[in-house]
Design a protein around this ligand. Structure first.
Ligand SMILES: NC(=O)C1=CN([C@@H]2O[C@H](COP(=O)(O)OP(=O)(O)OC[C@H]3O[C@@H](n4cnc5c(N)ncnc54)[C@H](O)[C@@H]3O)[C@@H](O)[C@H]2O)C=CC1
Ligand SMILES: O=C(O)C1=NCCCC1
Length: 356
């Protein structure tokens, strides 16, 4: 009874209760109760961490190593490491979109999360975002919800982080020219991740509307060449990122330099395309999840190509990285990426909260 009252007091004072053992507040440790028990007993509400705060807590330098480790764990197919089913989707027909459910459990790491993500094939005139997401982080022992987080910043950063890992592993040594097709949210996060973690002499961008590309150039500040066509942007490029909302191929194999690496991020439905057949057939195709790509990627399904390996297979040393060949990394996005990113945000949030 007394314990309960104390916990309610701590909760009212916004002292986080659902913390791991390294962070047990002194006030609780005297009562020798487990942290999960404490949080569950206290009925502690989840902390809410929104866009600006997520952005301020998440940094590529810390996120990317965690993503790399998570991709490796995913591909090890060890259920104590990662359980992550292929995303289930509910069509939002009236709104030309989908709700994706992305649960993940990492038993060894004690991480349980799910992302709810709505994504849309927006018409040209719409000002609404293409992707809207929320990540829920839970305590696997009690089921208690620890945190509710803005999922857009997490989605933008973890997707760009995974693409940067693909480039690090698959682009040719001495790569100099990066081309980005599309200039929306993912383009911005990819620009940041690629210029922070890798080094390029030139960055080119293309957008189907030139003013979008000009706006992008102004907003990133760094040197960017705006190109008038996809062909102009990608000719001679060593690394190409496709982050468009297109549902038809925008990138053709005949423009792509042999040995280039393509990180293909858009076209995440079985009948959507960003890359043409000739590129898909020429390239060695890698994916974040083989199963995900075979269920969701129009570029893979409709071109009829095989996924050669998962990125995690390369990380685990199970499959080779063909740097000298043309490579495509088909990204669909995975719950395990959201799980490690959200867990990192939560760790950073706790560290900040306890310093105060
Ligand atoms: N693989 C993954 O993990 C993820 C994939 N995505 C996908 O990445 C893509 C980009 O997402 P965001 O940057 O958030 O969207 P956004 O709406 O912010 O940007 C989309 C970009 O595509 C351009 N665009 C629109 N229609 C086009 C067309 N018909 N042809 C060429 N370009 C066109 C827009 O002008 C804009 O520059 C979307 O397809 C989204 O579903 C998003 C999140 C994660
Ligand atoms: O992984 C994600 O998150 C998404 N993947 C594809 C579509 C938009 C969101």
């Amino acid at each position: 009874m007394f314990k309960k009252a104390l916990l309610r007091l701590l909760n009212a004072a916004q002292i986080p209760l659902d913390v791991d053992s390294n962070f047990v507040p002194n006030q609780l440790s005297q009562f020798r109760i487990s942290v999960s028990e404490a949080a569950a007993m206290a009925g502690a509400p989840p902390v809410i961490i929104w866009e600006r705060e997520v952005e301020s807590l998440l940094h590529y330098k810390e996120l990317i190593p965690r993503l790399e480790e998570a991709l490796g764990k995913f591909s090890s197919r060890d259920s104590a490491e990662v359980i992550q089913p292929v995303r289930s989707t509910v069509p939002l027909q009236k709104h030309n979109g989908f709700l994706g459910l992305m649960p993940t459990y990492m038993e060894n790491d004690g991480v349980l999360s799910t992302k709810l993500v709505c994504f849309y094939n927006r018409g040209a005139g719409s000002t609404l975002p293409s992707v809207s997401a929320t990540v829920l982080l839970l305590d696997p022992e009690s089921g208690h919800m620890k945190a509710v987080m803005d999922g857009e910043a997490i989605t933008n950063m973890r997707t760009a982080g995974a693409s940067a890992i693909s480039a690090k592993l698959l682009m040719r040594h001495g790569a100099e020219v990066l081309a980005i097709l599309g200039t929306g949210q993912q383009a911005l996060s990819h620009y940041k991740a690629f210029t922070e973690m890798l080094s390029f002499k030139e960055v080119r961008v293309w957008n189907h509307r030139r003013e979008g590309a000009e706006k992008f150039r102004r907003s990133v500040g760094g040197p960017v060449t705006v190109c008038g066509s996809v062909e102009e942007a990608v000719r001679g490029a060593d690394v190409i990122v496709t982050v468009t909302r297109s549902i038809e191929p925008v990138l053709c194999g005949r423009w792509v330099k042999p040995g280039a690496h393509v990180a293909a991020v858009g076209a995440c439905r079985p009948d959507w395309r960003e890359l043409d057949d000739s590129l898909m057939k020429e390239a060695v195709v890698y994916a974040d999840s083989r199963e995900g790509a075979m269920a969701e990627s129009g570029d893979v399904i409709l071109s009829g190509v095989e996924v050669f390996a998962e990125l995690g297979d390369v990380i685990n040393g199970i499959k080779p990285a063909y740097r000298e060949k043309t490579t495509v990394f088909k990204s669909l996005g995975m719950g395990v990426e959201d799980a490690v990113a959200a867990n990192l945000v939560y760790e950073q949030w706790k560290a900040k909260a306890y310093k105060l």
